[in-house]
Ligand binder design. Structure first.
Ligand SMILES: [Zn+2]
Ligand SMILES: [Zn+2]
Length: 582
């Protein structure tokens, strides 16, 4: 049976949203105000983007992508909806990118030029990876400016400063924006790692000092808010990785995300400790490692990395292969190795394969099949969750509460996560004493407004319906296309071809029927014959004195045959009538 369509698909049109918004628009308050608008990332993990807007200025933080859900066949990813900003391009003073993960940078190539190409601010590593990715898209050059945790910027009415946060990638920065009503703090993805020797130490002093700045509002990462306790430190993760690398008896194949640079560094250090060498496989991972190495974020001995040419001379027990291995990333190498589709890498007996426990989110059966395949080839499989993009890099409950106690915000907005994550995160804020009426749990597109009198949810909602990226196209796959794909995926399709005489409208020969994914024609002869008979009757029944109206006839065939098939089979294949006039 066809799955019910999710409500957000195909129901809301841009125009409708605009009309609603205009009708329900609250008048702007007298005096200074700042509006906080989470454009994406508040009903899902992904497509993170928050806008901060005053009378004359807009600053955007992050512009990410979201990987599609299972009922979105053929969609590569989803990006934030920027309709609200069209016509306001001149107000945009800059886009600050907190770090280089795709759920924070992935929308840039598709959106930044449509916003008037504002300057992108980010750490050198963040911008390096954004620029590298931009080469895959033929657009005008980006305007970028490197910032560090010491930078201070003036962006229209906003003063911006930054603090380093600990995350699973170096170069992650938290953002402080102030337009006069008090600092708005957006740490991006973060965890608490006080160890100054960590790969990504947090600026603990700066974070504590925020507590004395009378912070107006804190936006906080909810990714790991449902998890009790504390997140592992990078040091603890290093120990775990060292164990895995040292204990692999033969080759070790590690599938991970190409932007998970802290893990890549840790694998490199672990390998060097036991004199193993590393082959990096996968275009995006190689590129990211190159950039990070050049900028000094990745440290390694000159001899640690080997090329594929050296591969035949490497003893198995001395080799670590680091590759991309997660769904959603271009050409996941691990999948190709497991499926024997890789050019020169095969799984061999004695290999140990490591992958993040959620290689294909929500698709356990494929993971199981992959695992079975690897075992069949004689490999051992280890799940290590920290190889996942969202594991290990985000603060858990106790860390979050510590952070809130340090920052002491007057208002609190949980972001980055599904609605339930946001609600749980809000509870944590209540536990540290932030009053309930000063917490706002937003949906995407909610507008939260602050004035000298305080903050409130305005009830206004900007457009947030999905923008799909499909191949190189953006937004050209509409909800209708997606619905067609869903129908075809669920019940298949049936093509009914009728050839008629252009003058008389009479059928020239028996209608042809083609079925894909619906029924096997040979085994459903009587059903197909009944369909054929009905198509014939529809075409014969029309008034012979009227010219054949193709649109009308097609519609009639689609409706009547659709109904007939549903009665007989309880399926709703897509029906495509084709009328050829000769
Ligand atoms: Zn991240
Ligand atoms: Zn994120």
């Amino acid at each position: 049976m066809m799955r019910p369509l999710r409500r957000r698909i195909g129901v809301i049109k841009h125009e409708d949203v605009r009309a609603q918004t205009a009708a329900g628009l609250a008048p702007h308050p007298v005096g200074d105000y700042v509006r906080v608008i989470p454009v994406g990332g508040c009903e899902e993990i992904g497509r993170n983007m928050v806008a901060f807007e005053t009378k004359n200025d807009i600053v955007i933080v992050d512009m990410g992508l979201q990987f599609p859900e299972e009922d979105m066949p053929g969609i590569d990813y989803i990006i934030p909806n920027i309709s609200y900003f069209i016509g306001k391009e001149k107000k945009i003073r800059g886009i600050i990118i907190t770090h280089c993960h795709y759920d924070h940078i992935g929308g840039i190539p598709h959106l930044v030029h449509r916003l008037g190409n504002p300057v992108l601010f980010g750490s050198d590593l963040t911008l390096g990876i954004i620029k590298k990715r931009q080469q895959d898209f033929s657009t005008a050059p980006l305007r970028t400016q490197v910032i560090t945790n010491q930078s201070q910027l003036t962006l229209g009415a906003f003063r911006a400063d930054f603090f380093a946060v600990s995350h699973s990638v170096p170069g992650s920065l938290g953002v402080v924006l102030d337009m006069g009503l008090g600092p708005l703090v957006h740490p991006g993805d973060f965890k608490m790692d006080p160890d100054p020797h960590s790969l990504t130490p947090a600026d603990m002093d700066k974070i504590k000092a925020l507590g004395d700045r009378n912070v107006l509002c804190l936006l906080a990462d909810s990714t790991n808010a449902p998890l009790p306790g504390r997140q592992l430190t990078e040091g603890e993760i290093q120990t775990n990785i060292e164990e895995i690398v040292a204990n692999a008896p033969g080759r070790l194949i590690i599938g991970t995300f190409s932007s998970l640079l802290s893990r890549i560094q840790q694998v490199i250090w672990a390998a060097e400790k036991v004199n193993k060498r590393i082959l990096i496989e996968g275009y995006s991972m190689k590129a990211n490692v190159e950039i990070a190495k050049e900028l000094g974020y990745l440290k390694m001995k000159r001899t640690t990395l080997i090329s594929s040419k050296e591969l035949p001379h490497m003893p198995a027990e001395k080799l670590v292969i680091l590759c991309t291995g997660a769904q959603g990333e271009d050409n996941a190498v691990l999948m190709r190795i497991a499926n024997r589709e890789h050019r020169y890498l095969r799984v061999e007996k004695g290999d140990t394969v490591v992958f993040s426990s959620s290689v294909i989110p929500g698709n356990e059966r494929s993971v199981q099949r992959l695992k079975d395949g690897l075992y069949r080839e004689g490999a051992e499989v280890i799940h290590y969750q920290m190889m996942d993009i969202h594991a290990g890099g985000h603060a858990k409950q106790e860390d979050l509460k510590d952070f809130y106690r340090m920052v002491k915000p007057r208002y609190f907005i949980p972001v980055h996560g599904n609605h339930s994550f946001l609600k749980i995160n809000k509870k944590l804020a209540l536990e540290v004493g932030i009053p309930e009426e000063r917490t706002f749990v937003p949906d995407n597109g909610a507008v939260i407004e602050f004035t000298a009198k305080g903050g409130r949810m305005t009830g206004e909602k900007i457009p947030t319906d999905y923008v799909f990226v499909d191949g190189l196209g953006v937004g050209d796959v509409s909800e209708i296309v997606l619905r067609d794909r869903q129908i075809m995926a669920a019940d298949g399709m049936l093509v009914l071809i009728a050839t008629i005489d252009g003058r008389t409208g009479r059928l020239v020969h028996n209608p042809d029927i083609i079925s894909r994914g619906f029924v096997y024609l040979k085994e459903s002869k009587s059903l197909i014959e009944d369909v054929r008979m009905r198509v014939r009757r529809i075409l014969q029944d029309r008034d012979p004195n009227q010219p054949a109206n193709e649109v009308y006839l097609k519609e009639k065939i689609r409706n009547e045959i659709g109904q007939f098939i549903f009665q007989r089979t309880e399926r709703r294949p897509m029906i495509l009538p084709v009328i050829i006039e000769v």
